[in-house]
Write a protein that binds this ligand. Structure first.
Ligand code: COA
Length: 256
């Protein structure tokens, strides 16, 4: 069904693997179109999404440079728009999205990770926005999301110098939240995703909605939080979560 993606559905999450290992999973228009299609499909019954890259070496090594080299400005704009549409959909996904960064996350790969809520990186991986070294700038939302996540000064430094960061350096500046050892990376990372999924989707959805909202002022931010907070008290999961705590057992959320 997909030429460049692998889609695997688990109970509590869906894994989308970018599958072009020969090109270190570089993103071209076809991959972006397939990503758009899979998001439309999965959007009918959303679950937590996990993005990763095929092979041992790369998460995604960027937009496809060979495909971009001779593009006209119009074609470049089309590519940028396709990337931005897909990454904005990932940002707005109603449940958490996780980037399992199992190798190089450069350019569009870093941007794919930035569009996700959680970034879990392999200790030996490198991440960054090296576009400036190719005579361009990030075009899939990187200038916006990087600034938002690590702040203007750091974003300017990374984008203007094009330097790549080691996993631990990226963690230090808040670019990724979790670093895991290279050994058993997938196993450990999926344990964390499994645990996230076991939280129950009702509260996760509310958390995502409230945290994603860019409030103009404190008052409307607090109002939105209050509304979602109160709504959760109509759910069985809230009763179960609190009952389980008081009964000193693990909750069994039913997403109701
Ligand atoms: N676009 C297209 N092809 C890419 C690519 C990209 N972004 N990144 C890697 N590839 C291809 C290489 O051209 C090579 O293809 P070949 O075997 O047909 O020659 C293959 O993937 C393996 O890459 P290679 O460069 O040989 O691996 P390496 O281990 O020596 O280096 C990187 C790995 C990631 C450091 C290097 O590939 C690189 O710098 N890639 C570009 C990163 C980048 O600038 N991304 C931003 C793009 S906007």
């Amino acid at each position: 069904m997909y030429e460049h993606l692998k889609v695997e559905k688990e109970d509590l999450f869906t894994v989308i693997t970018i599958n072009r290992p020969g090109q270190l999973n570089a993103l071209n228009l076809e991959v972006l179109e397939e990503l758009n299609r899979v998001l439309e499909e999965e959007g009918k019954d959303p679950s937590i999404l996990v993005f990763t890259g095929e092979g041992e070496k790369a998460f995604v090594a960027g937009a496809d440079i060979a495909a971009m080299k001779d593009m006209t400005p119009l074609e470049a704009e089309k590519l940028s728009q396709a990337g931005q549409v897909v990454f904005h959909k990932i940002y707005q996904w109603p449940l958490p999205t996780v980037a399992l960064i199992n190798g190089y996350a450069l350019g569009g790969g870093c941007e794919l990770a930035l569009a996700c809520d959680l970034r879990v990186i392999k200790e030996g991986a490198l991440i960054g926005q090296p576009e400036i070294t190719l005579g361009i700038i990030p075009g899939f939302g990187g200038t916006h999301f990087l600034k938002k996540i690590i702040g203007e000064a750091r974003a300017k430094e990374l984008i203007m110098t094009g330097k790549t960061l080691k996993a631990r350096e990226a963690e230090k500046i808040g670019l990724v939240q979790t670093v895991l050892p290279d050994e058993n990376f997938n196993e450990e990372a999926f344990k964390q995703v499994q645990e996230l999924g076991s939280r129950g989707s009702k509260a996760l959805r509310a958390a995502k909605m409230v945290l994603n909202d860019n409030h103009e002022d404190v008052k409307s931010g607090l109002e939105k939080e209050r509304t979602f907070f109160a709504e959760l008290f109509t759910t069985q999961d809230q009763t179960e979560g609190m009952t389980a705590f008081l009964e000193k057992r693990k909750p069994r959320f039913k997403n109701k």
